[in-house]
Design a protein around this ligand. Sequence first.
Ligand code: IVH
Length: 698
Amino acid sequence: MTARTAYIPINDLTETDAQEELASLSKDIAYHDFLYFNKAAPEIPDYDYDQLVKRNKEIEQAFPHLKRVDSPSMRVGATPSPEFQKVRHSVPMLSLDNAFSFADVVNFVNRANRFLNMPEDTEIPFVAEPKIDGLSASLIYQNGQLILGTTRGDGVEGENITANLRTVRGIPLRLQGTNIPENLEIRGEVYLAKSDFQKVNLEREKNNQQPFSNPRNAAAGSLRQLDPKVTASRPLKFFAYALNALSGLYLKTQEDILKQLEEFGFSVNPHHQFCKAKKDLQLYFKRMNDKRNKLDYDIDGLVYKINDLNLQKRLGSVGKAPRHSIAHKFMAEQCETVVEDIQIQIGRTGVLTPVAHLKPVNVGGVMVARATLHNEQEIIRKDIRIDDHVIVQRAGDVIPQVVKVLPHKRLENSFVYVFPTQCPSCKSSIVQKANQVAKKCPNGFKCKAQAIQRLSHFISRDAFDIDGLGTRNIEKFYEAHLVTSPVDLFTLQKRDAKSLKPLRIQEGWGVQSVTNLFDAIRARRTISFDRFIYALGIPQIGLLTARVLATFYTTPENLLFDAKNLVDKQTQSYQKLLNQDGFGHSILEEIADFFNDDVNQDLFQQLASLLTITHYEAPQSNGKLKGKIIVFTGSLKNMSRAEAKDIAERLGAKVGSAISKNTDLVVMGAESGSKLRAAQTLGIQVVDEAAWLTIIKE
Ligand code: IVH
């Protein structure tokens, strides 16, 4: 393909001519971009390329209505937006579980073997790829044209950053090739090369701007720019590694995916490798670990993906991570520094966490000034003292840690660190439970440090999600005794109306912002039960476990009445909850403790009477086993019990452990024994493994 030499003068172009030429220009420029940015093998001189771009621009200026969505000029054109729109991913963007040693990898493979009911030593083929330390992005193509680009966000919902992603030259605005499905999602990593990072920082220093601390932060800052022109000025790059297509492509393996991505015009990391067996993964790890520093981009580990997509599908995911892939992290980077102080942080639940304040040190490209010391036991075990020289390490996103003290560098007059016996915030005496390492301040909302964290949690996104009220305001409101408990939020407006110095005349506020705040609070007077439970900030209760409680108890009255009794392990509720995902003895103990506390009970009752708490509706699967209760008995030949349960749940069923009159279906494997007789007595439908396989066949 070569550049044209003679063009029809713009004024002589008919509308049809212009349309056709724009189409062919966009195709040609996309092709040359691909060769230049993704293959580093241009076919035409830069001058000719610039002529193509110029011609494209001229035609667009003369025929603005004919500008195409995949026009090369779209890479820089967009105007800044006031904010990013939220977009729900059609398929959640999962994250990966980490392996920190080869033994972890072997465990991971064995788990997959067991899930697939394969003998333990069966070798499953993998594709191993570098884990690029950038930001993941999702790109949606319709009929081969890029129409949407988003960040990962929380995995369920990302942000629309299409205008910014369009400026990344390695991301094709239109796909190459012929066999292009109507709808396609491509995922991959946006990153900044180390060499480009140096250049960007030099430029920033020249302009008296704070340099970025590492390439990843620079890439993140560049991608989340409200002004796409700023993004365009940073030489971001993209490696594609995943593809979702509803139909139209016949890909059987991850290797097929990578090949297809290249054919579409993406850069695929050249260091990926097919690994037939576990020992090949180990060799690959060694090789890449040595090569790591020679690459012009940061990698923080390797990703091992089961090559067979059918096996990947069977394995599915657990929580937020797939069972078919794992990230094998490189050894953490370590450095020496000095502990300048040890300070105590008080968490939402009152737990005291010691934090080492360090002489700032650059660990693998990131400045580290603090490291968690976890708890008193950890300080004693490592004998960490103020003024000690220590080794600190940082592994990926993990909070920096103190690995060990260098005793030969210890000062003569150093003394053992004494853990406080009083809360540094409210001075109440610290308590510690018999079987726990954590020391706690028992003062709840009366402790300022704790109250502010609990209030911040209460208004956070997955809880009451109150717009316009951040931690800073919470702190100010607490200090002014305006809001000292969540209940106060809902009486704030009334009290403010009577106040001599209402909020709207206070610094930082105005009529509009105060109206917005009260509107936001009012809007949350109705809240679903799961969010309400989560907002209470019961230790160890996250949104998922809050949902289990909301489903189990259905109303606030039931919860308040029953949760107190969870101190008794023999109660039916205790035993039933224990069987739920995410529940164990320690979490049940926390729930019981929380609801046996007078202040918490009082808070719960007051909130329940002020608010409208609606039922939590668990999202219903529309699968063909929707609402059915299934019990598996005996062993199945074709799949493990775990896979059978997973499939049943994906199809909308619940899996029971014992047969009862509520059971809808019993799946009988070999040696079913007594359960089979029980099912027959109750008149429940019983099927064998072959029938089960037919039921679940798509
Ligand atoms: S596969 C289920 N492959 O690592 C997640 N991820 O910890 C599928 N990443 O969010 C991701 N390089 O941002 C995959 N070759 C690679 C990757 C890669 C970097 C990132 C990605 C993901 C994170 C998971």
